[in-house]
Design a protein around this ligand. Structure first.
Ligand SMILES: C[S@@+](CC[C@H](N)C(=O)[O-])C[C@H]1O[C@@H](n2cnc3c(N)ncnc32)[C@H](O)[C@@H]1O
Length: 269
């Protein structure tokens, strides 16, 4: 099968995420979010390494953008942790409705902007001290260099990007198979993975919503894209912990593989 054009892949991914959104609202995690945001003005969905990284950069009074914010659970958390302004960008209108609901429950005036990340309006250029990207974003992007130009233009000079992502090594495996650690795919795979099932974070069966397209970008391409966008890498750390779907847990057992990473970079110009 031939690969779709970038525009077709992005449009298909939007449809698949929109169709998956109601399943996320029906999941137990939605109640944990609504209870958390309703009950605690300091509630944060970030895990400890990411929260520590955010605190070490410093959120107090900062203007922060989250690219591909999904249901806004982290965008709202950014304000609970001290950000002055948090803007979440995502192309799924259905998820942004959930994000607005979480912000309302938390009493936080976040802004959520719908649309393809590559088309974020120029009026946001240079507006942010920090851009945050987490868990399962790069794989939806057909062209990482084109994508990375976006956070770079959103940052003010000297602003930072903080990335907490799935490690691309996980793309080499089929974690649901009997021998999950058998290498099934090249780390350098050039064609996207095509999914048909709803995009959920568990490992049970999910209804068909496809197609959707996931691109396996090696870590070297992430670094190349950051450097090409004028971003200076300040910190990079790999972790054996799975931060993504529970379907990946068989890969994390034994702590043999890098499953996730934190990367911080600074806009130099
Ligand atoms: C795995 S989710 C991100 C989850 C988020 N980091 C969190 O933990 O809450 C990926 C998101 O990327 C969004 N997305 C994918 N491609 C996009 C694009 N081209 N423009 C904007 N959003 C996109 C999807 O709609 C989806 O909400």
């Amino acid at each position: 099968m031939s690969s779709p054009s970038s525009a077709d892949a992005i449009a298909a991914n939007r449809r698949a995420w929109d169709a998956s959104a109601p399943l996320h609202r029906d999941a137990p995690s939605w109640k944990r979010l609504t209870d958390g945001f309703a009950g605690d003005p300091g509630f944060s969905w970030f895990d400890p390494p990411m929260e520590a990284a955010l605190r070490s950069i410093g959120l107090d009074g900062a203007t922060v953008a989250q690219i591909c914010c999904n249901n806004g659970r982290e965008t709202v958390s950014l304000m609970n942790l001290g950000a002055r302004e948090a803007v979440g960008f995502d192309q799924s209108e259905v998820f942004l409705d959930q994000a607005r609901e979480l912000a309302r429950i938390a009493g936080r005036a976040c802004t959520f902007v719908a649309g393809d990340v590559h088309a974020i309006e120029a009026r946001y250029d240079g507006a942010f001290d920090l851009v945050v990207i987490t868990i399962g974003v790069f794989g939806w992007m057909p062209d990482l260099a084109r994508f990375m130009a976006v956070p770079a233009r959103l940052l003010r000079p000297g602003g930072r990007i903080l990335i907490h992502e799935e490690h691309p090594v996980v793309n080499m495996f089929e974690p649901r198979e009997d021998t999950p650690l058998l290498v099934r795919h090249s780390y350098f795979r050039a064609t996207p993975f095509v999914g048909e099932e709803a995009i959920v974070y568990g490992d049970g069966p999910a209804p068909q919503v496809g197609p959707h397209y996931w691109f396996a970008h090696p870590l070297g391409r992430v670094f190349e894209a950051l450097i090409g966008a004028g971003l200076v890498i300040e910190r990079f750390e790999e972790f054996p912990e799975n931060i993504s779907s529970t379907a990946f847990e068989p890969l994390a057992a034994g702590r043999l593989l890098p499953m996730s990473y934190l990367l911080q970079a600074r806009k130099s110009r």
